[in-house]
Design a protein around this ligand. Structure first.
Ligand code: NAG
Length: 136
């Protein structure tokens, strides 16, 4: 990539960010922007299913990565449960999930962000990383 194409793609990214963050403050009568915590997460079947989906997607990307890197000590995750969840109305609904997983005899907590665009019925895992106790 040349320097100018990098600049252009950065500008496009910034444009997309500005465009999405300046969507009308209300969509379908619900407030845009704020995060809403979900109560009774542990008994919420839909949220638990979404959490499992995030872990499956993560496993999936690990498999692809393994295919390229030829590593054999990869840590696939087993889903345990979603511990906490918040939603946010963006262009669709964004879910912030704190997920408990199990791998190599250890419990590991991850933060996941998932966007569901209901009109496309499409789920997209946009973030998955170890939960950082030091920061939170
Ligand atoms: C992740 O992959 C491993 C290995 O294939 C499997 O045992 C585990 O059940 C998978 N986890 C989920 C949540 O599907």
């Amino acid at each position: 990539m040349t320097k100018s194409t990098k600049t252009i793609s950065l500008l496009i990214t910034l444009f997309i960010i500005t465009t999405f963050s300046s969507t009308p403050s209300k969509i379908l009568g619900r407030k845009v922007g704020g995060r809403t915590p979900i109560k009774d997460v542990k008994t919420n079947k839909k949220i638990q299913e979404l959490g499992k989906y995030c872990v499956e997607e993560y496993n999936h990307s690990l498999k692809k990565y393994n295919h390229i890197m030829q590593k054999d000590n990869i840590e696939f995750l087993n889903f345990v449960e979603v511990l906490e969840a918040e939603t946010q109305i963006v262009s669709g609904i964004k879910y912030y999930l704190k997920i408990s997983t199990f791998t190599l005899g250890m419990v590991k907590i991850f933060d996941a962000e998932l966007v569901i665009k209901s009109w496309e019925k499409k789920k997209e895992l946009i973030h998955f990383s170890p939960f950082n106790y030091a920061i939170n």
